[in-house]
Design a protein around this ligand. Structure first.
Ligand code: 5RP
Length: 226
């Protein structure tokens, strides 16, 4: 088992009978979905899941998990997802995929949010390794980009896998992948993006994770945040 899988198995072991569990998106979230389905089948647990993306929905269904729609969700016990970066205070960068809107909604709604990473995701500062994904209304992208450039940001619209067109998110938005000067603090940037018209959602997740499970050299280290 690799370090991401080890963290995913530990998270699956934290699931209790009767829980409603949110499924993240990405390779680590996929390991969690597999481990959760295995536990459900071996232990005959009654678990309901809700997915953050079409791909996680399909995987969960294929493995026999029951998936309810997010539209009907009134309560979430546990949300489990990976991250692209985790800073020392537990702030996350997410959204390398195109599903950060539902990811943040589920992470916010959940009683507990378990984040699964290997040590390559640990950074000193959000934005150290990856650009900040900013999902924008298609007609607002230029104005949002200009605004962020005035703050010292640089970046561009994300392209699709063939790099012959812009990438479109699950909800029909465009994505600006922006990097910022180190002088702009993450809390300030988060606040600015939260209040900027035209921004649908962005990849900085502050004060949401309750536990970070870090797969490291064949073991899992647990960092409790709340
Ligand atoms: C998708 C995400 C993923 O959780 C993040 O990109 C980590 O992916 P992986 O588990 O494949 O390393 O935020 O929007």
């Amino acid at each position: 088992m690799n370090d991401k899988q080890l963290a995913a198995c530990e998270a699956a072991n934290a699931v209790k009978n009767g829980m409603i569990v949110g499924l993240g998106t990405g390779s680590t979230a996929n390991y969690f979905i597999e481990a959760l389905a295995e536990r459900q089948n071996n232990e005959k647990l009654q678990i309901t899941t809700v997915s953050s993306s079409v791909i996680s929905f399909i995987k969960a269904k294929q493995l026999g998990l029951s998936v309810q729609s997010i539209e009907q969700l009134s309560h979430l016990d546990l949300y489990v997802d990976g991250a692209d970066e985790v800073s020392p205070d537990g702030t996350l960068l997410k959204g390398r995929g195109s599903d950060l809107v539902k990811e943040k909604i589920l992470a916010t709604a959940s009683q507990q949010f378990l984040v699964l990473v290997d040590q390559s995701k640990l950074v000193n500062r959000i934005g150290e390794k990856f650009a900040i994904p900013i999902e924008v209304m298609p007609f607002a992208w230029q104005l949002v980009k200009n605004n962020l450039e005035e703050m010292g940001g640089t970046g561009n619209l994300r392209l699709n896998a063939n790099e012959d067109n812009v990438a479109i998110t699950a909800h029909g938005s465009l994505v600006l992948d922006m990097t910022f000067d180190t002088e702009i603090s993450t809390p300030l940037l988060n606040e600015h993006l939260n209040g900027l018209p035209g921004v649908v959602e962005h990849g900085i997740f502050t004060n949401l994770a309750t536990t970070i499970l870090i797969g490291k050299d064949g073991k899992v280290e647990e960092r409790q945040l709340k």
